[in-house]
Write a protein that binds this ligand. Structure first.
Ligand SMILES: [Zn+2]
Length: 572
């Protein structure tokens, strides 16, 4: 229901011809959903009176209420997802391999993020605080709205982090939102001496030590959009990297095809249901504020917003890098010439500098090639673009507050490539910390120490190797489901697409095979490590005594989510 209300706000705010197509699309797909949703809620009401009869649902009812709260906030409630499965691997298990880990889930170690506000004239110097209420990344936008002195839509009900804010009638000239991609507290704590700048900001500003992402999957497009819209993915629509559209197709967060992070196709209209703080601030000030985002590919596009895709909106600057080049989608955003015509140097000279980190100019860093995205090269490359933008566009030069969004991508990229426990991650975290220090120095000079405010946070933590969890073999699960349920000689597949927290089910295949999501949930709830080892494969060392251990804490379908919310007592 909240989704319908939220869409109403969009319609009200962006009434106009350019949005007609978008509105009609949402509206026409909404109608059948409403009927379906009433049925779902009716079923839920019956289930409330009794503990669910099905064993797999009773298992889901043992999940911590906090996990279920996060899962609900990250789940699109549309009936198109009723048949899709929600996977909750037992803590420390993950869908991956012995060398590759994802970072999506409701677990504390993925959820906890830094939340550091700084700006001597606007932010209190309370140091680390731990207020007796939940703090999530969705609280950033309402806090920034408060700093701007701007009325935040009352339907987006997250309270601001008011205790961090000085009582003042002044407004900053520039507000900077920095995310360290993959810079959750567990990744930072693994390398405690490599981020002195962030520690200094935690002491000199106000730092919320209890901050969390607040939704699962804890994944880049979803969390960044929560930061800027002030609501969790259930309500803003950008739930993951692969998203089930209302017509049933699987699309990307900001692209018509899933897994497309390319800047050229960055399209905010695909899933984003709400205008962001930047969209609203621009609209309220006749596009006078400067708005820019510097990011990696299109996954963090949701923090800037619609640009000119919104009626009356202007082309904000969105600079997205891919392999050392700056690009954008020129349909809706602007990319200044000086980012592409050679004025901004690099990344070749930065690669040379990283090469020499170990004292030898041998084109190697810690014994291997020097990748741009997952090495200390990237943070400084990102900073060069930022400095050029701030100076040439005159960010923070007048009384209308400008908005700048920065995504430092390398900790996430290095975490996927080397893992967060590898020494490469320490180098990369230090490079981002140095970049933040240099950015602050630059802002002090270019804008003035009393004229800006900033926040540093992260979109998720990371999964460390070596904790003894089971890396869930995804192809083997998919094959085992098919083998268990497919009729002999009938090829129709049951699973359309997988992610680390959800299986997108093939509706037609399930009909042809005569299988329900409940049956597959029940099967996977009992699925063990032994089941997940392919026939004939060697049992990995350390697991021979654990073959009967169940892999998942729970598996249930989207249709079952309401029942699980009720039986766990999870509320929002
Ligand atoms: Zn990320």
């Amino acid at each position: 229901m909240k989704r319908a209300v939220a869409m109403g706000i969009v319609v009200a705010l962006v009434a106009g011809s350019a949005f007609t197509l978008w509105r009609v699309t949402l509206g026409s797909e909404d109608e059948p959903q409403e009927d379906d949703r009433r049925q779902v809620e009716h079923q839920g009401a019956e289930e409330q009176a009794t503990i669910p009869k099905k064993a797999y649902l009773r298992g889901a009812c043992d999940l911590p209420a906090t996990w279920v709260k996060y899962i609900r906030r990250g789940w699109d409630p549309s009936p198109v997802r009723d048949r899709d499965l929600i996977l909750v691997p037992r803590e420390r298990n993950y869908v991956g391999t012995f060398t590759y880990t994802p970072h999506s889930g409701p677990y504390d170690y993925l959820q906890r993020v830094p939340m550091v506000w700084y700006g001597p004239n606007f932010i209190e110097d309370k140091g680390p605080i731990d207020p007796d209420r939940e703090i999530t990344v969705a609280d950033i936008a309402p806090t920034e709205a408060r700093i701007l002195g701007f009325d935040w839509p009352p339907t987006r009900s997250q309270p601001p982090m008011a205790e961090a804010l000085r009582k003042t009638d002044e407004r900053p000239r520039l507000l900077v939102t920095i995310s360290i991609d993959g810079g959750g507290l567990n990744a930072l704590d693994e390398w405690p001496d490599r981020w002195p700048t962030l520690k200094r900001l935690m002491e000199e500003g106000t730092s919320y030590t209890n901050a969390v992402v607040g939704a699962s999957p804890s994944i880049t497009p979803a969390a960044h959009t929560s930061m800027s819209t002030g609501v969790h993915p259930r309500w803003h629509g950008v739930t993951s990297i692969g998203v089930r559209a209302d017509n049933g197709d699987i699309v990307g967060g900001f692209s018509a095809e899933p897994d497309t992070s390319s800047a050229a196709v960055a399209d905010p209209r695909i899933n984003l249901d709400l205008p962001t703080l930047a969209d609203l601030w621009d609209q309220a000030n006749e596009n006078d504020p400067l708005v820019a985002g510097v990011m990696s590919g299109n996954y963090a596009l949701g923090r800037v917003g619609f640009g000119s895709a919104m009626e009356g909106g202007d082309k904000d600057i969105v600079a997205m890098h891919a392999r050392g080049e700056w690009v954008t989608n020129e349909d809706f955003y602007e990319l200044p010439d000086y980012l592409t015509n050679g004025v901004v140097r690099g990344p070749e000279d930065l690669i040379d500098a990283v090469d020499r980190l170990d004292g030898k100019a041998d084109d190697r860093w810690r014994g291997h090639d020097i990748p741009i995205d997952s090495s200390p090269v990237l943070a400084e490359f990102e900073n060069r673009a930022l400095f050029e933008l701030i100076e040439r566009e005159k960010f923070g030069a007048d009384d209308t507050t400008d908005l700048l969004y920065v995504q430092y991508k390398s900790p996430d990229a290095a975490g996927h490539k080397y893992n967060m426990i590898a020494p490469e991650q320490g180098d990369v975290i230090e490079s981002v910390d140095t970049a933040i220090d240099e950015l602050i120095g630059f802002l002090d000079d270019a804008v003035g120490p009393d004229e800006y405010a900033l926040v540093v946070t992260a979109d998720h933590g990371q999964t460390p190797l070596g904790l003894g969890g089971w890396p869930i073999n995804r192809p083997e699960v998919v094959e085992d489901v098919h083998r268990r349920f497919a009729k002999e000689g009938v090829e129709a597949r049951l699973i359309q697409r997988t992610s680390s927290t959800s299986f997108f089910m093939n509706k037609r295949g399930m009909r042809v095979q005569g299988v329900t999501p409940q049956e597959i949930s029940s099967f996977l709830s009992r699925y063990t490590i032994g089941d997940n080892i392919p026939d004939g494969a060697r049992i990995p060392e350390g697991y021979s005594e654990r073959l009967d251990e169940r892999i998942f804490a729970a598996v249930f379908s989207g249709r079952d989510l309401n029942a699980v919310v009720r039986c766990t007592g999870a509320s929002d």
